[in-house]
Design a binder for this molecule. Structure first.
Ligand code: TXA
Ligand code: MG
Length: 316
């Protein structure tokens, strides 16, 4: 049996966490596993460190970052205001794949928020992210650890080596359990707005809020623009096409069962499908085919984020 390919990520032993803490306190970058996707983390209070994230990713400066904190209490270091809806959602879903947008404190540099008066914040559930956040005692700004517009990494082997080269070190955390980015809810205005569907379903959020989430652009309340929602995003290099049934000789993501040698099957259930989608696209992308066929997944509760990512991956 051959040894697995080295990924460049380190086992998160206590001495390695201590090394990551030193690097972050010096303004360097660290690749951090989370339950959604791997992130590229920096001290959110240090504008020089934050600038390194934008440079490493080739990310436009007008696209703000999510700030990660270890606990519900620590959220008050970054947000200026904590409405009842935030308390309800945080109580129900943190730690987990939910990001809340709220008015920011002055201590959050404008490099993080792209000059906005609001900040996006979440408490991640992954034990390695938790260990790092608790040890470093700084809020960490972290976008997904991919080059701008490409697929987010959900497995150790899928962290882009060119991004890792910009970091002092990367921590291994195994496959991401959720596999899709966090759901982003804007609570900075009078009504809650879903800015990005993600690992936590709209249904689950609405059940706790006891009201409907508005959509990103809501005619009755004027457009609430979500920065960073690009039509083509989360895309492999290979063209992706949606089909009803994949050709047996195609490179394809199928539902339930593979029916060809280059088929990657994903579960016909939104949690399992979402957890496996980016990894499947990464692996099929490496086959350098003309196209990747993706069998159209079901619609309905829980599938919104999957359809959102497929729409962006298939955008020409
Ligand atoms: O699951 C996740 O959220 C992952 C992990 C690493 O936590 N992070 C992630 O970050 O997906 P990123 O940078 O790929 O996406 C952040 C999104 C962008 O669409 C950005 O525009 C939005 O969050 N965002 C950040 N701050 C915002 C703000 N103040 N108002 C509105 N949107 C904001
Ligand atoms: Mg991203």
């Amino acid at each position: 049996m051959s040894a697995p390919e080295p990924t460049g990520l380190l086992d998160p032993r206590p001495d390695v966490i201590a090394q990551a803490v030193r690097a972050l306190r010096q303004g360097q970058l660290v690749v951090m596993p989370t339950e959604t996707v791997y992130g590229l983390a920096a001290d959110a209070r240090n504008p020089v460190a934050v600038a390194r994230i934008f440079a490493a990713k080739g990310r436009p400066a007008d696209n703000p970052l999510i700030v990660h904190v270890p606990t519900l209490e620590a959220v008050h270091d970054v947000v200026a205001n904590w409405p009842t809806r935030a308390a309800r959602l945080a109580e129900a879903f943190w730690p987990g794949p939910l990001t809340l947008v709220l008015p920011k404190r002055a201590s959050v540099p404008s490099a993080v928020t792209a000059g906005r008066g609001t900040v996006a914040v979440r408490v991640p559930a992954h034990p390695v992210a938790q260990a790092l956040l608790r040890a470093v005692r700084l809020p960490l700004a972290a976008p997904s650890a991919n080059v701008f517009t490409r697929l987010s990494p959900t497995q150790e082997a899928h962290v882009d080596p060119t991004l890792l080269a910009h970091a002092a070190l990367g921590l291994a955390g195994g496959p991401a359990k959720v596999g899709l980015e966090s759901t982003i809810v804007d609570l900075s205005g009078p009504l809650p707005v879903l800015l990005r569907p993600g690992g936590l379903s709209r249904d689950a959020l609405e059940a706790v809020l006891g009201e409907a989430l508005r959509n990103r652009v809501d005619e009755t309340h004027g457009p609430r623009t979500a920065p960073g929602r690009y039509p083509r995003h989360y895309a492999p290099r290979t063209r992706v096409v949606l089909v009803d049934e994949a050709d047996s000789d195609a490179v394809a993501i199928t539902l339930g069962q593979p029916r060809g040698p280059r088929h990657h099957a994903l579960p016909e259930e939104p949690g399992g499908y979402g957890a496996g989608l980016y990894a499947a696209l990464h692996e099929l992308d490496a086959l350098c085919a003309d196209e990747i066929q993706v069998e159209r997944p079901p619609t309905g509760p829980g599938w919104e984020a999957v359809h959102d990512r497929l729409r962006r991956a298939t955008h020409p």
